[in-house]
Design a protein around this ligand. Structure first.
Ligand SMILES: CC(C)(COP(=O)(O)OP(=O)(O)OC[C@H]1O[C@@H](n2cnc3c(N)ncnc32)[C@H](O)[C@@H]1OP(=O)(O)O)[C@@H](O)C(=O)NCCC(=O)NCCS
Length: 184
């Protein structure tokens, strides 16, 4: 089963590691950030106590989801700046879903997202030999839509009125990139 990162994963400026207990305070702060929640999760924001989060985080480290891979994203200056996740990894169908959150706002709009996506896609297609990588974007997330589209993902459809945020419904767009498109 494809479940663990087998080798060091890095871009030109970012480096990926597994989730680390020593960084739990940053993960806790990001987990309790309503804006990040709105951008990368369809679950409504619910503030979580440190104790509850710690139990969940320990469980994630001890018993990772079998068809997912979680990473911390570190900048070249060593700062932990975000997280990335491959989910719904299907070894048979050779597809997966990709998410990336640059959680530290000081690092937004400086090319870290693009560098991280390039490294993640190389890992998916070249190392894990995926055939298809998916990404999903809420309609209000212009940065993520632009990043994904800029990496060559094709929009395959729209789930209309999928999330309820700020008093109204918003669409969610589904994107995918095939191996042949990535290599071209
Ligand atoms: C979306 C995200 C990963 C982009 O990473 P980033 O490092 O800020 O973006 P980059 O500097 O690498 O830029 C990538 C592209 O996005 C565009 N972009 C960045 N911020 C933008 C913004 N606020 N609005 C519109 N486009 C934006 C850039 O112009 C660039 O496109 P271009 O090359 O065509 O000009 C990052 O902003 C983020 O993690 N946001 C919060 C969580 C999130 O939305 N995650 C995605 C869903 S899982």
């Amino acid at each position: 089963m494809i479940t663990t990162a087998k080798r060091e994963l890095a871009g030109e400026r970012v480096r990926f590691t597994p989730l680390q207990m020593e960084n739990i305070y940053k993960h806790f702060a990001w987990n309790n950030d309503p804006e990040l929640n709105m951008l990368d999760s369809e679950l409504p924001y619910v503030e979580e106590s440190f104790g509850e989060f710690k139990r969940r985080f320990e469980e994630m480290l001890e018993h990772p989801e079998p068809n997912s891979q979680d990473f911390e994203v570190h900048a070249e200056d060593g700062t932990l700046i975000g997280v990335a996740e491959m989910t719904h990894i299907s070894e048979h169908n050779r597809h997966c879903n990709l998410t990336l959150t640059i959680c530290d706002r000081a690092y937004w709009g400086k090319g870290y997202g693009r560098d991280a996506m390039q490294a993640l896609l190389a890992y998916c297609f070249r190392t894990l030999r995926m055939h298809r990588v998916m990404a999903e974007a809420f309609d209000y997330n212009d940065a993520w839509k632009r990043l994904v589209e800029g990496m060559g993902f094709k929009k395959e459809g729209t789930l209309r009125d999928f999330v309820f945020r700020q008093g109204r419904y918003w669409d969610k767009h589904v994107y995918a990139l095939l191996e042949s498109e990535y290599r071209a």
